[in-house]
Write a new protein. Structure first.
Length: 276
């Protein structure tokens, strides 16, 4: 492992020079992606295996990172927590607090459920429909919201990447889980309200997560907005939390390299930073 005070959680195949990379080889989805396409420090793609990540840790087993307390100056977590249940995110946030030195920065970026919901309820636009897991062809904005937030329960979600070794396994599982169409969505919304609807999907994800967790990591299983993230951060011990955007950061390397650090769906994402 490289010696660094900078950690990139859920780095996938992307390697940022001078940063400790992390992901998990236990995920069938990401292992297939890694074997197909690997991005190294000189930005050239090459075939590789997941052991090229500096830290191979499954975030769903709630074990600490193999890093010392107070050893990091920055942790980047971009488009990761939407793949985790609440209990896993809670553990992750607390462990990040442990690893950060005083004054260290924890930067989070994730799809904004409030933004996506408002887009869907107002008929959708190219921003909503551009944000897809590229596994489904959907024309209805409400079903696109379901696809973006809790993909497994969208009636039209399918793995269409023919190079995915386990696409048949995924699609069989997709056939076995309950589907929420537009009419059922409206029923749930009318009965429970907006955040009750979000929680309905979250609890449905929890119900199926333990039996198929290695496959679920490929899609989204949880909802997040600014308020929920702030709550989790305070719960983890952080006292200073700031709303950011894709161009601003308390860590200069991030704010000076927007294209490298903040180019993952910025139009639909919420950005926050917590300072230990």
């Amino acid at each position: 492992m490289i010696k660094s005070k900078k950690l990139n959680i859920g780095s996938g195949p992307v390697r940022k020079g001078g940063w400790i990379s992390h992901d998990t080889s236990t995920s069938i989805w990401y292992r297939n992606v890694a074997n197909k396409l690997w991005k190294n420090n000189d930005s050239q793609y090459s075939v590789g295996t997941w052991d090229k990540a500096d830290i191979d840790l499954d975030l769903t087993i709630n074990e600490p990172f193999p890093l010392d307390a107070n050893s990091l100056e920055v942790v980047l977590c971009s488009h990761v927590i939407e793949h985790l249940l609440d209990k896993h995110a809670r553990h992750l946030f607390k462990d990040i607090y442990r690893m950060l030195e005083n004054g260290g920065v924890f930067r989070i970026c994730t799809p904004d459920a409030d933004f996506l919901f408002d887009k869907a309820m107002n008929g959708g636009d190219e921003v909503l429909f551009r944000f897809t897991n590229q596994c489904a062809e959907i024309s209805d904005p409400i079903e696109q919201f379901i696809n973006a937030q809790c993909s497994y329960f969208c009636p039209h979600t399918r793995v269409i990447d023919l190079d995915m070794v386990d696409s048949e396994i995924y699609n069989q599982f997709l056939n076995d889980v309950p589907k929420i169409n537009k009419d059922r969505f409206i029923e749930i919304l009318n009965e429970y309200g907006k955040y009750g609807l979000f929680e309905y999907f979250r609890k449905l994800s929890e119900e199926y997560y333990d039996t198929f967790s290695r496959h679920l990591t490929g899609f989204h299983v949880n909802w997040w907005n600014e308020h929920k993230i702030v709550y989790f951060l305070f719960e983890a011990g952080f006292e200073k939390v700031f709303t950011m955007d894709n161009t601003s950061s308390h860590f200069n390397e991030i704010s000076n390299n927007v294209e490298e650090f903040s180019n993952s769906e910025p139009e639909i994402s919420v950005y926050l930073e917590a300072i230990k």
